[in-house]
Design a protein around this ligand. Structure first.
Ligand SMILES: *Cc1c(COP(=O)(O)O)cnc(C)c1O
Length: 455
């Protein structure tokens, strides 16, 4: 019998609901707090920034939330995505493990981000929103939202960190192609931006500044809302479309994973793949290991504190209960731009606190090496973020070999790296290095926080 390499689903097998793990968590989330009063916030506090349906999803305890027909129709442009058995990689590693990957790089913008960009644009449209603002660092989120806003005829204003704006010109052109306006941040369009420019006219910008600019624009314009590409509960939930498809695909393959792995920035693609499998642990006594792979240069899950912290660097967002390195933490400029975030979403943080998921920190040289091994074996050049999951999967496969036992590994190839050739060029030129810092340095930064601790 010939080997099945791609495990595919039909369009009519696209899941009809997202999975909301808040319904099944043994310990509920602690409430988000107002940044000024530090009191729990209600839906009305978020209303200036987000449409009501997304606010409802943010706090919902319903296990299953219907995916609107219009959203499923757009998903059909690239979903269902393939799940692929990495036979060549298995052979190269000479491992008894079975390795599968779910490939999210087939989306129009090349990553998993449109899975949430599309419903976010849809709900904004339903509620009469004319314009959305957002920030983007590496450009993945900005391009996904540009694609989605164009489809629902919403104007989009993207505040792109100035240094990325100049380093990644093609990401900007991509956003322009879908009709978005892209501003190199800091700009003189906002108070926040003007203040930064007054202090430092040559500021390269930062994600923190870009968030502040985008939030200010939305908060001060009645017809404008704001959208975020990770961290928030509703964003993580939209991404479960990945894992729900993967559960069906595993069933088709007659298999079930021992370990599910995904790279970790704020938690959305990890949650997306892992939560539908974690559900089997919570409700049906299974024992799938769910492993988040984070960069050693930004190790919030393995080295951070579980406490309240701001979502942005400036301190404008609600305080979220999260694993964090401190909102003022500035990660080293590693190429996995999407993973350079100081904190983790509240849901993933609570699950880690409760020992229901695992985390591992990896240095970038090991990751790029894994990325090249993967590209040579399987053909696809992975996004630098995705190489973290590949490196963890290779470690698992090598461990299986040492033990002489099989193991079924599933990882998220959450994006292709076709726009990240500069990162690969730097790797080949020997310009990349691993960044080391001490636990004392991390502790010292955490000590400067004056946000509420969690007992
Ligand atoms: C944004 C991004 C990430 C990190 O964000 P998560 O919310 O943790 O998924 C990882 N990989 C890619 C390709 C991204 O675009």
């Amino acid at each position: 019998m010939s080997k099945v390499r791609k495990i595919l689903l039909n369009e009519n097998e696209i899941p009809e609901q997202w999975y909301n793990i808040q319904a099944d968590m043994p310990n509920p989330l602690l409430p988000p707090l107002h940044p000024g009063t530090q009191q729990p916030i209600g839906p009305e506090d978020l209303a200036p920034l987000f449409p009501m349906e997304l606010i409802k999803q943010e706090v919902s305890k319903e296990a299953w939330i219907d995916i609107p027909e219009e959203v499923r129709d757009v998903y059909k442009i690239w979903r269902p995505t393939p799940m692929i058995r990495a036979y060549n990689l298995e052979k190269k590693l000479d491992t008894p493990a079975k390795i599968y990957y779910k490939f999210e790089g087939t989306s129009p913008s090349g990553s998993h981000k449109p899975n949430t960009a599309v419903p976010q644009a849809y709900y904004n449209k339903q509620e009469g929103v004319k314009r959305i603002t957002t920030e983007t660092g590496a450009g993945q989120w900005g391009s996904a939202l540009s694609f989605a806003c164009n489809l629902f005829d919403i104007d989009l204003e993207v505040y792109m960190v100035k240094i990325s704006y100049h380093h990644k010109p093609y990401r900007k052109v991509m956003m322009n192609s879908w009709g978005a306006k892209v501003h190199p941040s800091p700009t003189d369009l906002t108070e926040a931006g003007r203040k930064v420019l007054a202090d430092n006219p040559d500021s390269p910008g930062s994600l923190g500044i870009a968030i502040s600019e985008a939030v200010e624009r939305a908060a001060t314009n009645g017809d404008t809302k704001y959208a975020l590409g990770s961290v928030l509960n509703h964003v993580l939930m939209h991404q479960t479309i990945i894992g729900l498809e993967a559960v069906k695909q595993m069933e088709k393959a007659g298999d079930f994973p021992d370990v599910v792995i995904a790279p970790f920035g704020g938690g959305s693609n990890f949650a997306g793949l892992a939560f539908p499998f974690l559900r089997y642990n919570l409700l049906e006594g299974k024992n799938v290991r769910c492993l988040a792979s984070e960069p050693a240069s930004c190790p919030k899950l393995t080295k951070g504190d579980f406490r309240y912290d701001f979502g942005d660097m400036v301190g404008m967002t609600p305080l979220i209960p999260m694993y964090t390195l401190g909102h003022n933490f500035v990660p080293a400029p590693v190429h996995a731009g999407g993973l350079r975030y100081h904190g983790a979403g509240a849901v993933v943080s609570q699950l880690l606190k409760d020992d229901l998921i695992e985390a591992q920190a990896l240095h970038q040289l090991e990751c790029f090496e894994a990325g090249i091994t993967f590209a040579k074996a399987e053909g696809i050049i992975p996004a630098p973020e995705a190489t973290h999951a590949i490196a963890s999967a290779i470690r698992e496969a090598n461990q299986a070999k040492e033990e002489g036992k099989s193991r079924t590994i599933l990882f998220n190839l959450c994006g292709h790296g076709n726009f990240d050739m500069q990162a690969y060029a730097d790797y080949f030129d020997g310009k990349l290095q691993d960044h080391h810092f001490t636990d004392d340095e991390l502790r010292a930064n955490l000590k400067t926080l004056d946000t509420p601790e969690i007992k």
